[in-house]
Design a protein around this ligand. Structure first.
Ligand SMILES: [Fe+2]
Length: 157
């Protein structure tokens, strides 16, 4: 077995970086979904939702950067083109969504997909003793579960 300069198994690290690139691609679709609903939302709740969606995309933007820089820390290259993101991602693309319920549902659906990927990376990073990636996934999961709770509460009226 070979180990890299940060003391992690080389092949497991490469595999994890690949999964993180998959997460990155999906996160970029989620981010763009949020931009879309921030711009296109209509109705009497415009002011609340417009601001809420901005708060979420600002947070997603920070996480995108953290994922990309983790990939670099693991010695690999983060995906950085729209072409790659579209080709790889599974998160559903939201287009022309202006209704509040549909917008919030899009957030829940996107986060549900991201959580699946993060749980898989959580497990693999644990097996690889990759504490940096593991704790990042753990933080993302906790925050996103809470956001899903709040969005689901909002939808239940
Ligand atoms: Fe704006």
């Amino acid at each position: 077995m070979t180990y890299n300069s940060i003391g992690l198994n080389t092949s497991k690290t490469k595999d994890l970086a690949n999964d993180l690139n998959y997460l990155l691609a999906n996160f970029q679709i989620y981010y763009q979904n949020l931009r879309g609903i921030h711009w296109n939302i209509k109705g009497k709740r415009f002011f609340d939702l417009h601001v809420k969606f901005e708060e979420l995309y600002t947070d997603a933007n920070v996480k995108v950067d953290e994922i990309a820089e983790r990939i670099l820390t693991l010695g690999e290259t983060p995906l950085h083109t729209f072409e790659d993101y579209s080709a790889k991602a599974q998160v559903k693309v939201g287009k022309n969504i202006s209704e509040d319920d549909k917008a919030v549902r899009l957030i829940v659906d996107s986060l549900t997909e991201l959580l699946k990927i993060e749980r898989s990376i959580l497990e693999k990073s644990d097996d690889a003793n990759d504490e940096g990636t593991n704790s990042m996934m753990s933080d993302f999961i906790t925050e996103q579960e809470k956001t899903i709770w709040m969005m689901t509460a909002w939808l239940d009226e």
